[in-house]
Ligand binder design. Structure first.
Ligand code: CDP
Length: 229
C-alpha cells in the first residue's frame, strides 16, 4: 500500500508528540520529533556558550553538529542523539526550553534542520510533528493536523511531565515558558507557527489519548483509501 506523510503542527505542549507516536505505531511509520532537533541544537549552543547573535559563529557551530534518531531497545521509542550522545532526557529540561525558541528563529538553524527533515520524509511513511511541518517542510503532505488545547490544560500537562524529573519546578515557570515560546514561535519572521489552509484542526482539551488517536486514524484511513483509488 502507498505510504503517506502525516504532519502535526500546533502550540507548545498540546499533545502533538503523543498523537504522532500513536499514529506512527498504528501505521508502522517512522515518527520524527522535529522539536527535539531544535532542542538538541540549542543544547549544543548553550554548552558552547555561543553568542547566537553572531551569524558567522552560528554557521561555524552548525558544521560541528550531527543529529540522529535511534530507537531505544527497551521502550521502542525514538530518541535524539547529538554527536553520538543520547540527549533525549536533557533536551526536555527547562534550561533548554527557555532558549529553544530564540535558536529556532535563526535562519541558518532552520535551513540546517529542515534539509534533514525533508530527507527523512523522502520515502514517505512518516509522521512528523512541529511548528512548520505542514506549511514549510512538507507543504504537499497528504494529511495535516493543527493541534490546540486550552492553555490551562497545556500548562497542567507539561507541569506534571516536568515535575516528575524536577520537583523544584513551579507551575508559573512552566506557564511563562509555554506563553513565551508560543509568542516567539508564532511571531518570528521565518516559518512562523500557523495553521496550514488544508490542515484539520484538532482541539484535544476534552479528549482522551485514545479518542484523539481514533479521530486521527479515521482520517488517515480516508486518505489511504484515496491513495488506492
Ligand atoms: O513539545 P513542545 O510542544 O514543548 O515543543 P517541541 O516540539 O519540543 O519544540 C520546541 C521548540 O522548537 C518550539 O517551541 C519551537 O521554538 C521549535 N520548533 C520549531 O521552531 N519548529 C519545529 N518544526 C519544531 C519545533
Amino acid at each position: 500500500m502507498n505510504k503517506i506523510i502525516v504532519t502535526i503542527d500546533g502550540w507548545s505542549s498540546c499533545g502533538k508528540s503523543t498523537l504522532a507516536r500513536g499514529l506512527a505505531k498504528e501505521l508502522g511509520y517512522v515518527y520524527i520529533d522535529s522539536g527535539a532537533m531544535y532542542r538538541a541544537v540549542t543544547l549544543y549552543f548553550l554548552r558552547s556558550h555561543l553568542d547566537w547573535s553572531d551569524a558567522q559563529a552560528v554557521a561555524d557551530h552548525l558544521k560541528d553538529i550531527s543529529l540522529s534518531f535511534h530507537q531505544n531497545e527497551h521502550t521502542g521509542q525514538s530518541e535524539m542523539f547529538l554527536n553520538g550522545e543520547n540527549v533525549e532526557y536533557v533536551i526536555r529540561d527547562l534550561v533548554v526550553a527557555e532558549k529553544v525558541s530564540e535558536v529556532a528563529a535563526l535562519g541558518p538553524v532552520r535551513t540546517f534542520a529542515v534539509a534533514q527533515q525533508r530527507q527523512m520524509g523522502e520515502k514517505k511513511g512518516i509522521v512528523m510533528d512541529g511548528r512548520d511541518i505542514g506549511t514549510v517542510v512538507f507543504p504537499h503532505a497528504e494529511l495535516k493536523f493543527f493541534m490546540t488545547a486550552d492553555n490551562a490544560v497545556r500548562v497542567e500537562r507539561r507541569f506534571k511531565e516536568l515535575y516528575t524529573k524536577n520537583p523544584n519546578i513551579s507551575i508559573e515557570e512552566v506557564k511563562n515558558n509555554l506563553e513565551m515560546r508560543d509568542y516567539i514561535d508564532s511571531h518570528r519572521d521565518i516559518s512562523p507557527l500557523r495553521q496550514a489552509e488544508d490542515a484539520v484542526v484538532l482541539d484535544n482539551s476534552n479528549m482522551t489519548m485514545d479518542e484523539q488517536l481514533q479521530f486521527a486514524m479515521d482520517l488517515v484511513r480516508q486518505r489511504l483509501k484515496l491513495q488506492i483509488q
